[in-house]
Design a protein around this ligand. Structure first.
Ligand code: K2U
Ligand code: ZN
Length: 168
């Protein structure tokens, strides 16, 4: 396993649309292992493959709280089958937009279909933080960042802040 570099704005690769995975094999599992190690080290609770420069439809997540046993989850070629009309606001952050947080409104509940770590098809219902995180990560697979849901002014402020921090 290896900790990989996390891309940050304004890296153009973060705007790429990620490609579907053909086969969940040992090579893909090695990528997911690296993604999980990278996410824990950040630290974060979710990570999309494009954030380490790999344009594949792969997400890892662990919503376990501090002190709880780790609960890693793997999502390959995830699809949203249904989303509630009801929405919920959440103060989001992103490992690719460090030190910037703002509120984003998203559907409160979603139904997902995806392939798991072993390539098996799974359906799941997500709500609360799981719903927020999976939609945030699936945005990454479409080249969309949470700041793209904000005003142009806030988006430009976020990018300027990250650029300044990188130059320091
Ligand atoms: O995509 C990422 O950069 C991972 C995010 C996932 C996330 C974003 C917004 C809301 C929930 C999850 C990082 O984990 S951001 C760090 C973080 C940590 C705990 C709670 C919220 C955000
Ligand atoms: Zn993110």
């Amino acid at each position: 396993m290896a900790i990989r570099e996390i891309l940050t704005v304004p890296d153009p690769r973060l705007k790429l649309r990620s490609q579907p995975v053909e086969t969940v094999d040992d090579e893909l599992r090695a990528l997911m292992d690296d993604m999980l190690e990278t996410m824990y080290a950040a630290p974060g609770i979710g990570l999309a493959a494009i954030q380490i420069g790999v344009p594949k439809q792969v997400i890892v997540m662990d919503l376990a709280r501090e002190g709880e046993e780790k609960q890693p989850r793997y999502f390959v070629n995830p699809e949203i089958l249904w989303a509630s009309e009801e929405t919920q606001p959440y103060e989001e952050g992103c490992l690719s937009v460090p030190e910037f947080y703002d509120e984003v409104e998203r559907p409160a509940r979603v139904k997902l279909r995806y392939l798991n770590y072993h390539g098996e098809t799974v359906e799941a219902d997500a709500e609360r933080l799981f719903a927020v995180c999976i939609q945030h990560e699936m945005d990454h697979l479409n080249g969309v960042l949470f700041i793209d849901h904000l005003s142009r002014l806030k988006r430009e402020q976020a990018i300027k802040k990250v650029k300044k921090a990188k130059a320091a």
